[in-house]
Design a protein around this ligand. Structure first.
Ligand code: CTP
Ligand code: MG
Length: 254
């Protein structure tokens, strides 16, 4: 995937300082009972640590702000102390909120001055490759106020009239043209001032930050995402994540 001829942000860390906010305060209800999702192990290491390392792998990222489960900030802090990050990367830990949007806002509030580009990355996407991170940063540097990594869909998507009772048949009302749809991942990248304004302006629940920038009337651009940036949501996703890690270890070993 890497293309050495492309001028990557990794090669120019001084151009604009980038911080990554990692919302990690969710419970992981869909994953089933257990510790908060970000603290569950993947290849023996907490998912959150993989996600932090994935951001710190980009030479452009000089600060990582982890938004921890409200009761788990001290535990997260000691986890980060125990797992070495590159020397160029600082980190901060703040307690999260009731929704993802609140958690991201708390992370943004903790950002010190001097970081003009902000990435927002789900702790639940521990395996995103550094090339994807760098591509997002690069597109922000080129002037986009908001950037999302996105992939074409494998499944056809139907719009339905949701049934009142789960499991009941639901009438299909439309079939959007799949060629024009994309599944959106993280890290999403932003001009910092734009993302702050979006969080101050937009009310109501949203599942991604770029959606709020769209609501400001600004253009959000999509760059190619990556299969390995999938979100660990349900138990089967953990099986896939372990398999991806095992394949990486095998490849690294030879
Ligand atoms: N998140 C957060 N604060 C919340 C809710 C979610 O920081 N109050 C974070 C999660 O920790 C995760 C990311 O937002 O890294 C994406 O959310 P999701 O995958 O939905 O995780 P959870 O909310 O933990 O999972 P579930 O919805 O199954 O409970
Ligand atoms: Mg959730």
């Amino acid at each position: 995937m890497s293309d050495d001829s492309r001028p990557s942000p990794s090669a120019t860390p001084s151009a604009a300082r980038t911080a990554a906010v990692i919302p990690a305060a969710g419970r992981g209800v869909r994953l089933g009972p257990g510790a908060p999702k970000a603290l569950r192990a993947l290849g023996g290491t907490p998912m959150l640590i993989h996600a932090v390392r994935a951001m710190a792998a980009s030479r452009a990222v000089s600060l990582v702000v982890v938004v921890a489960p409200p009761e788990g900030a001290a535990e997260v802090k000691s986890l980060l102390d125990a797992h070495a990050l590159p020397e160029r990367t600082d980190f901060l830990v703040v307690p999260g909120g009731q929704t993802r949007k609140e958690s991201v806002k708390l992370g943004l509030d903790a950002l010190p001055a001097g970081h003009d580009i902000v990435l927002v990355h789900d702790a639940a996407r521990p395996l995103v490759p550094v090339d994807t991170v760098d591509a997002v940063i690069e597109a922000v540097r080129e002037g986009a106020p908001a950037v999302v990594p996105a992939l074409p869909l494998a499944d056809t998507v139907k719009q339905v009239e949701p049934a009142g009772t789960p499991g009941e048949p639901e009438p299909v009302v439309a079939t959007p043209d799949r060629a024009r749809l994309r599944a959106v991942q993280t890290p999403q990248g932003f001009d910092r001032a734009t993302l702050v304004r979006a969080h101050e302006t937009v009310t109501g629940d949203v599942t991604d930050d770029a959606g709020m920038v769209e609501q400001l009337g600004l253009t959000v651009v999509a760059v190619p995402g990556h299969e390995e940036a999938f979100k660990v949501t349900r138990p089967l996703d953990l099986v896939l994540a372990e398999a991806v890690l095992a394949r990486r270890r095998l490849n690294d070993g030879f």
